[in-house]
Design a protein around this ligand. Structure first.
Ligand SMILES: Cc1ncc(COP(=O)(O)O)c(C=O)c1O
Length: 393
């Protein structure tokens, strides 16, 4: 069966990026891509910093950071007073885990759709505290109500000190019903950390409505911010208990200043992040989202067809707006982390195409993203060459 027609391109959008035109960049979800205008805005801030470092750091920086924080929080409909800027989602997760004060006998529950580094972070914090980490298995195609039922049944009130759940998962590109999960966990008195690394910019979101205890998302993926820009949104009762990983001068200033001031760092990515949102708004937020979602779906279908995967076997993200789609790889391919990385590198080297490959649930999965700089021809080229590459094991 042939794929539905691809979306119309957004004219001129590719020219906003400095990406190597000799490569197909089909993995925006990994590290994003910073538009040239945002790069320039950050460079201007760096020029200012280097013209007078003392003035830049010690006079007005806190206000400028607060201004950027309010701007980003408003975009996400998050309480600006409950929002702290952090360097990335991994840091936000680590901040939350070490602020819990886990004790022997406690447990942290997560799902098998979680991001690898987050799973490692949970495991280390539990090991240090003598707590346990339990991973619940959620079938890729489970309807939302079933997902909520599985997670609810997996909680042990009194023992489960945190449930960690992805809003959009990395290896499986699945949208999870985080508001319903949070509500169910609250009935059992279990706090929830939502890993929303992919959400800012990709999906319309009201962080208030998700109502999680902790919500962390990257602006440097889908919101076109410079790398090193993420928000950690913390519910009221937790704010004063949320401790930075590194104690610095603002330690006594409370939330969020004590999290945000992390000694001598380059804070220009945070200050330039609103320019990323400006770029997104200029292109048209709805237009970008509709384009990216449709292009990822198109890519999934053409690559899936080329690999002989029936359309019914191509996972649906479970909701609208997800600009990433996965394609199952043939049996036995990329079934370990190392094998998945090796295949990703082989595709990059031989086909000049950047994709994500993950080992999940005993199978290898190829993840394709859609972004304004991508064209249907890039997925078609991958589809034309991938079967032969995979056949050369
Ligand atoms: C679901 C998820 N969580 C966390 C991360 C980590 O993001 P960062 O490297 O910015 O900390 C990623 C990165 O791809 C992710 O996909």
């Amino acid at each position: 069966m042939s794929a539905p027609p691809p979306p119309e391109p957004i004219p001129g959008a590719r020219l906003l990026f400095s990406l190597d035109p000799a490569v197909s960049h089909l993995n925006h979800g990994a590290f994003g891509a910073v538009p040239i205008g945002v790069q320039r805005a950050q460079q201007r801030l760096r020029d200012e910093m280097e013209a007078n470092p003392l003035r830049f750091f010690s006079r007005g920086l806190a206000d400028r950071v607060a201004h950027a924080r309010r701007h980003l929080a408003t975009f996400l409909d998050a309480d600006p007073e409950g929002t702290a800027l952090v360097g990335n989602t991994t840091t936000g997760v680590a901040v939350v885990l070490q602020s819990l004060g886990l004790r022997p006998g406690d447990e942290v529950v997560s799902t098998d759709h979680g991001y690898g580094a987050v799973a490692l972070s949970i495991a280390r914090e539990c090991r240090r505290a003598g707590a346990t980490s339990r991973v619940l298995s959620v079938p890729l195609t489970a309807p939302d109500a079933e997902v909520v039922r599985i997670l609810r049944a997996g909680l042990r009130p009194g023992r489960t000190r945190l449930l960690v759940v992805d809003q959009v998962s990395s290896p499986t590109a699945r949208l999870l019903p985080v508001a319903a999960i949070t509500a169910a966990a609250r009935e059992h008195g279990v706090p929830v950390l939502v890993d929303a690394a992919h959400v800012p910019g990709m999906l319309p979101v009201s962080v208030r409505d998700v109502a999680a205890d902790f919500w962390v998302g990257n602006l440097h993926k889908w919101a076109y911010a410079p790398r090193g820009t993420a928000v950690l949104v913390v519910a009221g009762p937790w704010r004063e208990r949320t401790e930075p990983l590194v104690v610095s001068w603002e330690q006594e200033s409370g939330f969020p200043a004590r999290l945000e001031w992390q000694a001598t760092l380059d804070y220009t990515s945070w200050l330039a992040a609103p320019v990323g949102l400006f770029t997104l708004r200029n292109l048209g937020v709805q237009r970008v989202r509709a384009h990216n979602t449709a292009l990822a779906a198109y890519g999934q279908r053409v690559v899936g067809d080329a690999l002989g995967v029936a359309p019914t076997a191509l996972p649906d993200p479970g909701g609208p707006g997800v600009a990433m789609r996965v394609v199952p790889l043939p049996d036995g391919l990329a079934t370990t982390v190392d094998a998945a990385r090796a295949l990703r590198n082989r595709i990059a080297d031989r086909l000049a195409t950047e994709v994500s490959v993950s080992a999940w649930n005993g199978r290898g999965w190829l993840r394709l993203c859609g972004q304004v700089y991508n064209t249907p021809a890039e997925y078609e080229r991958l589809a034309a060459h991938l079967p032969a590459l995979l056949a050369q094991r």
